[in-house]
Design a protein around this ligand. Structure first.
Ligand code: BV8
Ligand code: ZN
Length: 256
């Protein structure tokens, strides 16, 4: 598979340059160059467990200490990582287009650290915890000790992420659907396109006429249906795409 070349990137930039509304769906691959392990890549196992086995309500009911160990280890690692050029390129795209909706499956908060606003977090955020009994919710970039309990009611706290088998937050899903309905192009970046309902979103966008571009280092179930593909690491390709866009119409940028 040939890596994307400059000509492909410039061709795509010319096509996107005149658009007003673009959306972007990101997955674990966009954080890979920050040193964050992906879910299904070679580094996707945690102590022999797959995420699907640990990131479930059943696993938490069965062994909350094991699940908290999984999340605390990820928190520990995430405290040390920084956004990479792909995250910063997303923030520049948000300033370039009149409407640029960023939808992410990631829970690492790196898009926000890179300056992206109004990030639509389909699967929640690893820095949020919520009470298993009352409505208490807290957010903080730190590692928690053991099984953390609620300061209001004393019940066990859980990670504020969406586990397998749990519905996505209604507000995030509605915002994503609005973004998909209005976008003229959709960039699908660094996702294996296997987790539902995120994996169906590019098809929804395409049905209403959006031009779908996949940015990935490999093949996915999405690859054959995408209208264009840029093969290679997002941290290399995305900044090149932004530079090509900005050189086609340098004075673009949303009027804040
Ligand atoms: C739900 C939070 C319904 C936790 C995560 C059909 C329809 C509907 C549901 C299902 C269905 N079939 C099965 C289901 C259930 C399930 C599902 O989809 N299972 C899969 C495994 C088949 N879906 C759900 O349970 C969802 N809920 O549908 O609810 C419902 C309704 C009402 C009432 C009850 C239930 C909830 C899913 C959310 C799960 N939570 N995360 C946590 O993070 O701890 S999902 C998890 O996977 C992460 O969020 C991750 O982002 C996401 C997707 O993975 P990817 O991001 O794509 O990462 P992956 O490693 O797979 O791939 C990385 C890609 O990057 C690769 O392609 C690689 O080539 C590429 N790459 C690597 N490096 C780079 C790169 N690309 C570019 N540059 C690089 N440098
Ligand atoms: Zn509580």
């Amino acid at each position: 598979m040939l890596a994307a070349n400059r000509t492909q990137i410039e061709q795509l930039a010319r096509r996107l340059a005149g658009m007003r509304s673009v959306c972007c769906l990101t997955g674990a691959g966009i954080s890979a160059e920050s040193g964050v392990p992906t879910f299904r890549g070679a580094d996707g196992l945690w102590r022999g467990h797959r995420a699907e086995q640990v990131a479930t309500p059943e696993a938490f009911a069965r062994d909350s200490a094991l699940v908290w160990a999984f999340y605390n280890e990820r928190r520990q690692r995430l405290l040390k990582v920084k956004p990479n050029p792909a995250h910063f390129a997303c923030a520049r795209l948000q300033r370039y287009f009149e409407h640029f909706d960023l939808i992410t499956q990631n829970v690492d908060g790196l898009h926000q650290l890179a300056g992206c606003a109004d990030v639509i977090e389909l699967h929640g955020n690893i820095w949020t915890v919520r009470c298993t009994e009352c409505a208490r919710q807290m957010h903080g970039r730190c590692v928690l000790d053991g099984d953390p309990v609620c300061t209001d009611c004393g019940a066990l706290l859980r990670p504020g992420v969406v586990w397998f088998g749990e519905p996505l937050p209604t507000s995030a899903l509605q915002r994503a659907q609005q973004a998909l309905a209005r976008c003229q192009a959709m960039l699908v970046v660094g996702t294996s396109s296997v987790v539902q309902p995120a994996a169906s979103m590019a098809g929804w966008a395409q049905q209403q006429g959006a031009f779908v571009v996949e940015v990935n280092i490999g093949n996915t179930p999405q690859s054959d249906t995408a209208d264009a593909r840029l093969v290679g690491p997002a941290g290399v390709i995305f900044p090149q795409l932004v530079e090509a866009l900005e050189s086609t119409q340098p004075n673009r940028g949303r009027q804040h």
